[in-house]
Design a binder for this molecule. Structure first.
Ligand code: PLP
Length: 401
């Protein structure tokens, strides 16, 4: 039987958990098949689960990991997430989370002005942020439909369905951006522009922001470029949006679940998306109810690295993506889809099928996507610890093999 008091107080187990994080190869023992009647205790559980959890995960900080929008996380976020787990603050109840609410306000107040926004809140991902934005658009401005490009993220289609709003997908131009000539009537629409499409990292022309009844920019991936003095201009025009979504668990290097929804007029937005009454002392804003203090790891990262420190990682990622693209464009056996716009480099082999090429590449190095009916290899520069020379070498070997 576990000791009740010890289960809720820190002891050697926490240090042991950190030691396990550092261990390399571990022996896996079988997990119980059934829900045990009697527990085996915390330390034994760490030893049993450690090898499964730690070895059974893709290492996003591996020098050859260049596949997904999920970054490795800085250790300061591990430490602050541990504090969060221990305190279990709930942003729904200011009484339980006085500092966590202050932290969230600070993070939003620091970031929102870079995008011309006035405020907002954190949520579990851009899927929820996009839903929150479209909900606000519907209930403040009475938008009657949602328009986005065919390259928009599925969460935009999902949100439209949930909200009962017709969803129109617009063709993209040869650069992969929403084609402004094909958008049609936007006087009653919420126009969703994507800053960093999931498949190719393309940024829709943001100069059309502000022309529809409501403009939402889904900047889940590329939003953090605004922090970089070298790359901020790629998002010029974003400050004309009515709302912006950014996934902090992508290019802001945060552990999941961490995202921001920001509004040009936060008071207007909050009136539309707040529910009060009952047991709540303050109204619940947004889609989620109970919500953890994801602002604390983000605040820690912003203070530890500063804007320039964060921008350095993003700039480095951009240059790795460009380097990969430049090398791919020189290869006879490779077709480069386009020069990367926001750290996503897409290419395919010309001398064999993409499937055949893909299996020749190291496991987990890249992902794939389908564009214009063809399968492509997709790389995403989310891992600042990637070794781009090694990655390029692996591609060359796979082409020449
Ligand atoms: C990842 C992504 C989303 C969804 O964000 P989650 O944080 O995974 O919910 C939405 N839009 C774009 C463009 C994305 O890349």
């Amino acid at each position: 039987m576990t000791d009740k008091k010890n289960s809720f107080l820190p002891n050697v187990g926490l240090k042991h958990a950190i030691d396990l994080l550092r261990q390399t190869s571990m022996v896996q023992e079988n997990l119980p098949d059934e829900f045990p009647n009697l527990g085996i205790g915390e330390l034994e559980t760490l030893d049993l689960l450690g090898p499964h959890v730690l070895d059974g995960a893709a290492r996003l900080d591996n020098p050859r990991a260049f596949a997904h929008m999920d970054p490795p996380t800085p250790w300061i976020t591990w430490a602050t997430s541990l504090w969060n787990a221990r305190l279990n603050q709930n942003l729904l109840h200011p009484a339980t989370a006085p500092f966590a609410i202050e932290a969230e306000n600070k993070v939003i107040n620091w970031l929102a002005p870079l995008y011309g926004m006035d405020g907002g809140h954190m949520c579990s991902g851009s899927t929820i942020a996009n839903l929150t934005a479209l909900w606000t658009a519907r209930d403040t401005r009475g938008i009657e439909k949602v328009i986005a490009s065919e390259a928009a993220h599925i969460s935009v289609a999902k949100a439209s369905r949930i909200l009962g709003l017709p969803y129109e997908q617009v063709a993209v131009n040869p650069k992969g951006q929403i084609d402004p000539n094909k958008i049609g009537d936007i006087s009653n629409a919420c126009l969703v522009l994507t800053a960093g499409t999931t498949a190719t990292g393309v940024i829709d022309s943001l100069t059309i922001a502000g022309q529809a009844k409501w403009t939402h920019v889904d900047a889940a991936w590329a939003g953090p470029l605004r922090l970089s003095s070298t790359h901020a201009h790629l998002l010029d025009g974003i400050d004309k949006a009515d709302s912006i979504a950014i996934s902090a668990h992508k290019w802001l290097f945060q552990p999941k679940d961490s995202a921001l929804i920001m509004f040009r007029d936060v008071d207007l937005a909050n009136t539309a998306i707040s529910f009060g009454g009952g047991y709540l002392n303050t109204p619940n804003i947004g889609v989620q109810g109970s919500r953890g203090a994801s602002a604390i790891p983000l605040l820690a990262t912003l203070i530890a690295w500063g804007r320039e420190g964060l921008a350095e990682y993003i700039d480095h990622a951009m240059s790795m993506a460009n380097m990969l693209a430049a090398e791919m464009s020189k290869e006879d056996g490779i077709c480069l889809w386009a020069m990367p716009k926001s750290g996503v480099t897409v290419f395919r082999p010309l001398t064999m099928s993409t499937e055949e090429f893909y299996v020749r590449l190291p496991d987990g190095m890249f992902s794939t996507c389908v564009l214009d009916g063809k399968k492509w290899v997709r790389s995403v520069a989310a891992n600042p610890l990637a070794d781009i020379e090694k990655i390029i070498k692996a591609v060359r070997e796979a082409v020449d093999e």
